[in-house]
Design a protein around this ligand. Structure first.
Ligand SMILES: Nc1ncnc2c1ncn2[C@@H]1O[C@H](COP(=O)(O)OP(=O)(O)OP(=O)(O)O)[C@@H](O)[C@H]1O
Ligand SMILES: [Mg+2]
Length: 279
């Protein structure tokens, strides 16, 4: 833990407005008082978050506020300086990280595919490594191509021979290959044109519902946050400033920062292009 010049501010999200689903079997993902510092500066202040099974939580917030750091912490790529991460009741630590990582699908903005492998080989990589028999791998890939509506021909091309939307569908297939308990997506549609994004949003929401996955997604797009999020968490400078439904954030902003953030998107057709919530 680096030496700090200041103590982190208090930890709780304000206000806790969301009627978060709380099934008896506890959260799928629990972050308890986790914090992270780089170079003596807190990039994530002590934060406590529970994500319940089968729900979708969306993280929004300005660039650099710690959204990706939080996702990386859940998937075990970044170790917290304090606090604990628990996945499906199991604490994430050096002994459990490789096992738990296999139970979490992780999708990044450009899909993160290996350029020298075909789509099929990218999707099947980990299953091969784990010793799955080839027919089982083929059957699972066919099932996932169907689920994500990826054309079969795209499976045997290299990432550079595919569109951004197809690459992203492959990234999602790869994340789902081992049927993970949870799915983390870091701005999965940010680089796509609006029509492709629209289709993929529809498909993803259908997939989340059909598979009952627990999902944590980062986006900069407020419409997307509302479309997917059972709960939306707005982060600012390393802490959760408000959590709730998107409606809560719009109609009962916790402070001026929240009000400005949710108003700061342009919508075509509105006079002057101002955000729909600007007042
Ligand atoms: N490995 C690292 N070393 C040092 N600083 C880091 C590291 N990773 C992230 N940071 C810093 O931590 C802060 C939070 O980064 P993070 O990537 O979590 O932001 P973000 O909210 O995902 O931003 P964006 O919306 O631009 O993706 C930033 O100031 C970033 O520069
Ligand atoms: Mg990020």
């Amino acid at each position: 833990m680096p030496a700090m010049t200041t103590q982190p501010r208090s930890t709780r999200c304000i206000p806790d407005r969301a009627a978060a689903p709380s099934p008896a079997d506890g959260p799928m993902i629990a972050l308890d008082d986790v914090a992270k510092a780089y170079g003596g500066r807190w990039v994530l202040e002590p934060t406590t978050i529970a994500v319940f099974r089968g729900t979708t939580t969306v993280l929004i917030g300005p660039s650099g506020c710690g959204k990706s750091t939080l996702l990386r912490m859940i998937v075990g790529l970044v170790a917290p300086d304090r606090g604990t991460v628990t996945i499906a009741g199991r604490r994430l630590d050096a002994g459990s990280v490789s096992d738990l990582r296999r139970r979490i699908g992780y999708v990044i903005q450009d899909g993160g595919l290996f350029p020298h492998l075909t789509g099929r080989d990218n999707v099947g990589l980990l299953a091969r490594h784990l010793g799955w028999e080839p027919p089982r791998i083929t059957a699972r890939i066919t099932e996932l191509a169907d689920l994500t509506r990826l054309p079969a021909a795209a499976l045997d091309r290299f990432p550079s021979q595919l569109s951004g939307g197809q690459r992203q569908r492959l990234g999602i297939m790869r994340a789902l290959m081992l049927d993970p308990a949870a799915l983390l997506l870091d701005e999965p549609m940010a680089a796509l044109d609006p029509l492709v994004r629209y289709d993929l949003q529809e498909d993803l929401r259908r997939i989340f519902r059909a598979t009952g996955k627990t999902v944590v997604m980062v986006t900069h797009d407020m419409g997307e946050a509302g479309f997917f999020g059972d709960e939306v968490l707005l982060l600012g400078a390393g802490r959760v400033v408000q959590r709730g439904t998107l409606d809560d954030l719009i109609h009962a902003p916790a402070d001026e920062f929240v009000r400005r953030f949710v108003s700061a998107q342009r919508f075509p057709g509105l006079s002057g292009g101002e955000g729909r919530n600007a007042s």
